[in-house]
Ligand binder design. Structure first.
Ligand SMILES: NC(=O)c1ccc[n+]([C@@H]2O[C@H](COP(=O)([O-])OP(=O)(O)OC[C@H]3O[C@@H](n4cnc5c(N)ncnc54)[C@H](OP(=O)(O)O)[C@@H]3O)[C@@H](O)[C@H]2O)c1
Length: 288
């Protein structure tokens, strides 16, 4: 597994496993299987509702001596109504308690809404107290990331954002490199949108190396120096997705992949009024 060093010296695996949208009754098993397959970076969030089950999968793997706690890199995130400082402090502690962990490796502000500065004070304090090793943001566009870095004493170690062949974000990556904030890709497969798993260009590239489309996409992210999270509930796909460290995409392959860039989210724009409305509505439903 390739390792990435963050701006505070903490090291993390470059490829990880996400548990978004895994049904509650499948999460423990999926996390356990992912660890068994070799994943060490795990990504959950308060709003996913499966922190407890994620913790259970982790504890089972540790109990069976598949892995030690120190070998894992565990991430969670707080959601919009949890951003006020006091609430954020409680939420971090809740994540630790419900997952049965003494510390988390990474904690993120999940969305660029709410009292993000209050949340940041809580995250910085939690980091100083040893409850989290690295802290960061998610879904912040570059301009917002720059403002956030400019107005805080402690800069985020990570910004977790959507990156996939349809939304490649080359300029955003360059800006994050300028500010020394590591980029982490969510939905590297765009959850299969725009028929990603049938794309002829990606398929043709894969054929040269006897690799699948999923492997080509993840390899492309590795070669860009991006941390990537892939999700699958199927052990055979978990194994497929991690088997990407024995080949290298050529310059020509990368140029072909660049042509797929639609420069637009495969999901939504965080600044679009209808999207903010959706988040506000979801907040009312899930957090109140
Ligand atoms: N910060 C944020 O706002 C945010 C947003 C979204 C996601 N995330 C994080 O990023 C992680 C990954 O994103 P995601 O789960 O949304 O999407 P994704 O990883 O792009 O796609 C997951 C989908 O692809 C399928 N799949 C996985 N590997 C495959 C393969 N090798 N061949 C064919 N199909 C394959 C999965 O199906 P099966 O499970 O049936 O195999 C699933 O339907 C999440 O789990 C979460 O941790 C964060």
């Amino acid at each position: 597994m390739q390792i990435i060093k963050l701006n505070n010296g903490v090291e993390m695996p470059q490829l990880g496993f996400g548990v978004y949208q895994i049904p509650l009754d499948e999460t423990e098993e999926a996390v356990y299987q992912a660890i068994k397959t070799g994943y060490r970076l795990l990504d959950t969030a308060s709003v996913y509702g499966n922190e407890k089950e994620t913790g259970e999968g982790i504890r089972r793997a540790i109990k069976e001596k598949l892995v030690t706690r120190e070998e894992l890199f565990i991430t969670s995130k707080l959601f919009i109504l949890q951003t006020p400082e006091e609430k954020a402090t409680e939420t971090i502690q809740y994540s630790l308690d419900v997952m049965g962990l003494e510390y988390l490796d990474l904690y993120l502000i999940h969305q660029p809404y709410g009292d993000i500065y209050g949340a940041w004070r809580a995250l910085v304090k939690a980091q100083k107290n040893g409850k989290v090793r690295a802290i960061g943001i998610s879904n912040f566009k570059s301009a917002k990331m720059i403002e956030f870095v400019g107005l805080n004493d402690v800069k985020p170690q990570i910004n977790q954002i959507e990156i996939n062949p349809w939304y490649q974000r080359m300029e955003d990556q360059q800006l994050h490199e300028k500010y020394d904030v590591q980029v982490e890709a969510w939905a590297p497969f765009a959850e299969g949108r725009h028929e990603l798993f049938e794309n002829p260009i990606l398929s043709e590239i894969g054929l040269k190396y006897e690799k699948t489309i999923g492997q080509v996409v993840l390899r492309w992210l590795m070669q860009r120096g991006i941390v990537a999270l892939a999700k699958s509930v199927r052990p055979e796909r978990m194994a497929e997705n991690i088997n990407i460290f024995d080949f290298e995409l050529s310059k020509e392959d990368i140029e072909k992949i660049a042509e797929l860039d639609m420069k637009k989210s495969a999901f939504f724009d965080h600044d679009a009024p209808e999207q903010v409305e959706w988040f506000m509505q979801r907040m009312l439903e899930t957090e109140k």
